[in-house]
Design a protein around this ligand. Structure first.
Ligand code: NAD
Length: 280
């Protein structure tokens, strides 16, 4: 018996051309799921879809859509419905931080008051809004568009990609932290709202991976050495290492599949123990 019951289901993966979500798309396809790879980067989405089809002989399509633009999401859904069928699984993976929403120093002292470029006071509102919206509205809007199929058919699984900073904010990145905390809250809210529809809503909070999005904070550009922040992260992770995107796929498959039919409204940390460790 196939306890996963994923064969021939249809999954939409936003940010599917990215590091984490391309791995998730591959893992779903390896269990017989048809995948729609949604991304701003259509070329990369197409490349991943082609890779998936070649490797797993299961339909996969790459599509352009902006998770902040409902019309473009709706247009992509029409194509998905035509080419793959009704949507069963949604992974809200598009997200990320930006240097424009990042303070230069972790904590202030009174003498920093005259150096706004280093602190909270120098954060650019446009940068803050961009990061907040990408991570929060970029979860809410695709959910509105793609989950209607699931509600109509009375089954489905939505998986939001949160972050460690959703539980306790990390220094320097207030917009990203606030947005991911909002993603957790929305995960719980929608799980309740959808409670009787057969559609489950959960999230994964990945621990620390070394990726393009956070490299500028973790590796010294000039020397290539780990920054003090990077040393703190690894020191704060009981497993004493970064994770890899493939280490998130087991939890994703569990949440997407019939292995978790009574699980809704949870945020699962996959973090090498970071969230459990007080640092002492
Ligand atoms: P990534 O930058 O490799 O992938 C993100 C993808 O989203 C990119 O392909 C990008 O083109 C796409 N994208 C960006 N804006 C978009 C938009 N408006 N519409 C559609 N697509 C858009 O990032 P990643 O490291 O794979 O992160 C994936 C998710 O995991 C994000 O939500 C991120 O916040 C979260 N996360 C990452 C880490 C980490 O260490 N990398 C840790 C915790 C959580």
């Amino acid at each position: 018996m196939d306890e996963f019951n994923l064969q021939r289901k249809v999954a939409v993966i936003t940010g599917g051309a990215g590091l984490i979500c391309s791995e998730m798309a591959m893992a779903l396809a390896s269990h017989g799921v048809k995948t729609a790879i949604i991304d701003l980067n259509k070329d990369e989405a197409d490349r991943i879809a082609m890779d998936i089809e070649r490797k797993y002989s299961i339909p996969s399509i790459g599509l352009f859509a902006d998770v902040l633009n409902k019309a473009s999401l709706e247009a992509s859904k029409m194509v998905i419905n035509q080419k793959l069928g009704s949507v069963d699984i949604l992974i809200n993976g598009a997200g990320g931080n930006s240097p424009s929403a990042t303070t230069k120093i972790e904590t202030m002292d009174p003498s920093d008051a005259d150096n706004p470029e280093l602190t909270f006071f120098g954060l650019r509102i446009e940068g803050f809004e961009k990061v907040f919206d990408l991570n929060f509205m970029g979860t809410l809007l695709p959910t509105m568009v793609y989950s209607l199929d699931m509600v109509r058919q009375g089954s489905g699984s939505i998986i939001n990609i949160s972050s460690m900073n959703s539980f306790r904010p990390l220094t320097k990145i207030p917009a990203y932290s606030a947005a991911k905390a909002a993603v957790n809250n929305f995960t719980q809210w929608l799980a309740v709202h959808f409670g009787r529809t057969g559609v489950r809503v959960n999230a994964i909070a990945p621990g620390f991976l070394l990726t393009e999005q956070n490299k500028f904070l973790l590796i010294d550009e000039k020397t290539g050495a780990p920054t003090p922040r990077s040393q703190k992260i690894v020191g704060g992770t009981p497993m004493y290492r970064y994770g890899s995107p493939t280490e998130l796929t087991g939890t994703m498959l569990y949440l997407a599949s019939d292995m978790s039919t009574f699980v809704t409204g949870v945020v699962i940390p996959v973090d090498g123990g970071f969230n459990a460790y007080s640092g002492v």
